[in-house]
Design a binder for this molecule. Sequence first.
Ligand code: ASP
Length: 323
Amino acid sequence: MQRICIVATGGTIAGKGAAPRQTASYRAGALGITELCAAVPGLEAEADITVEQFASIDSKDADPDFWQALAVRLQAVLDDSDIDGVVITHGTDTLEETAYYLHLTLKTAKPVVLTGAMRPATALSADGPINLLNAVTVAAHPGARGRGVLVAMNHAVFGAREVAKLDTLRPDAFGAPNTGPQGLVHDGRITWLAASDRAHTMDTRFSPATPLARVDILAAYAGFPIDAIQAARAAGARGLVWAGTGNSTASQAVEAELASVAAAGLAVVRASRVNCGMLVPTESAPGQIWTDSLSPWKARILLMLSIGSRLSRPEIQSVFASY
Ligand code: ASP
């Protein structure tokens, strides 16, 4: 049997509502991991399980300090030769950010699988128990090794780079708009699909010790005020992600301001507020870095680590092309 450690952080999977039909009003992170495991028949037969309560938060409150502390703890668990893989229970609201941060920083080929739930543990038809069981099945499977950090939700397995929450409340909230899932889990059987070819875990230059620089995201909308760009800079941002319209377009005024702050030394990454599709760099963004397919939230994490590592602008562009 594979030895899997479940590290709990809170979220709706540990949520408690006042009545079984309440699926939107409840308190996230109210139950402990022992109670969650007790609600999953067959879990003990799936793997040799150990559990650890790392935190009990609603993931809206996760911040870069939380990412780093979690990564330090997970690295220690993964370095233990008595552990074959890790499952992390996490709130779904920011699950994709934590997953991508861990994907870029953990140094391991062992399976690391995040899961959560869209319905609290007290709800009728709660999805947490099946998600937790499937996540353990994935973490115990040899096909999960070397894929980087994975997310198991609603019978699908997604790569941390590609996964996104695409629905506010439905149990099938998660998807990978550009690539689709890396696997499907049904009745304890996994069908593996294509893995990501981007650098992760063992192949990145980052670790849980890499400092995280402040990076702000600015999202395009009609009439975007250009003084918001200078305000972010004045507040201490060392990098900006422009979540532009379409192919990261910006109004003429914003385009001029972004070019000016980039020329003054601020790292500016071009991303899109559209949740699917590839970006192609254009000449209208001199001195700026382009992501091809990272969401603004994930581009921010990669830029935080890149600036924290003191990379030059060409080095950051090459990281964005290969991570
Ligand atoms: N607000 C919750 C959280 O992210 C939502 C969830 O887990 O589904 O912790």
